[in-house]
Design a protein around this ligand. Structure first.
Ligand code: NAD
Length: 286
């Protein structure tokens, strides 16, 4: 039987989530995605109109099929958590069942089980502010969208994950080294995500024989990264200073994710795997 993957955090064909979906599809997995509610319409329209057809192409020449796109807002666990102004917001009122609990229920009803859970989402409303200027609300929003969202997804999907399955998330080295400009509590959120990777690897390993790892990825000019404002500088910095002086491709992160969730990595759990051309190993740039 082929494996089934749910990938949270795909809303265009530029980010790591898309590249991971492609790598998993190329390896024969069935692909379900969770798309942020405000981005759902444009993503589905673009998909339908063939805007992504070139980037849907897999190494064997076929096009990646997405079995189903689920609306998702990973900062809400249940319908009861959703504030009135969001419920009635035009972009949200048009879809339903997009809280984490509801999405997991829908996936269960539609497909029964999954094997692979991918978390490729982050959001920090004050990311452009230094930590010293970040509000409590902005900091907690970053943690909620970027860290707890993974706890919640795993919590709700674990009961429908087949034993031997695996999950993977995306992190960034700003969790462990100071990266000026990656603000708003996003560095804190990634530190939480990495710590949670270890604790959840233990808990999900014992509870459901599920592996939990995270990929610490180098800089990519995704939509989310462009919102931070200095991504081109980070890409240039990496090119100049990393052991491997080459562009970092989203597909390279996709391939590593495919490895990590495959039986080839059956003894790897609770780990942070760097996919950054080796930049993290440098102490002094030359
Ligand atoms: P991206 O824009 O492709 O992905 C981020 C996604 O998160 C978007 O699709 C967005 O719609 C979604 N999202 C935001 N808030 C959400 C919510 N509340 N509920 C559901 N979805 C929500 O950008 P990306 O850079 O590929 O980001 C994917 C992951 O990779 C993130 O965790 C990011 O921190 C991480 N990462 C990115 C870089 C980089 O340089 N781009 C480096 C290291 C790690």
């Amino acid at each position: 039987r082929g494996k089934r993957a749910f990938i949270a955090g795909v809303a265009d064909d530029n980010g790591y989530g898309w590249a991971i979906a492609k790598a998993l599809a190329a390896a024969g997995a069935e692909i379900l995605v969770g798309t942020w509610v405000p981005a759902l319409n444009i993503f589905e329209t673009s998909l339908r109109r063939g805007k992504f057809d070139e980037s849907r192409r897999l190494p064997n020449g076929s096009l990646m099929e997405i079995a189903k796109v689920y609306p998702l807002d990973a900062v809400y666990d249940t319908l009861e958590d959703v504030p009135e102004d969001v419920k009635t917001n035009k972009r949200y009122a048009g879809s339903s069942n997009w809280t984490v609990k509801e999405v997991a229920e829908c996936v269960k009803n539609d497909f029964g089980t999954i094997d692979i859970l991918v978390h490729s989402l982050a959001n920090g409303p004050e990311v452009t502010k230094p930590l010293l200027e970040t509000s409590r609300r902005g900091y907690l929003a970053a943690i909620s969208a970027s860290s707890y969202s993974f706890v919640s997804l795993l919590q709700h999907f674990l009961p429908i994950m087949n034993p031997g399955g695996a999950s993977v998330s995306l992190t960034y080295i700003a969790s462990e080294r100071t990266i000026p400009g990656y603000g708003g509590g996003m560095s804190s959120a990634k530190a939480a995500l990495e710590s949670d990777t270890r604790v959840l690897a233990f808990e999900a390993g014992r509870k459901g024989q599920i592996r939990v790892n995270t990929i610490s990825a180098g800089p990519l000019g995704s939509r989310a990264a462009k919102a931070i404002g200095f991504i081109e500088k980070m890409i240039d910095y990496s090119y100049t200073n990393a052991p491997l002086q080459k562009e970092l491709l989203a597909d390279e992160v996709g391939h590593t994710a495919a490895f990590l969730v495959s039986p080839l990595a059956s003894a790897v759990t609770g780990s942070i795997i760097y996919v950054d051309n080796g930049l993290n190993t440098m102490g002094l740039a030359l």
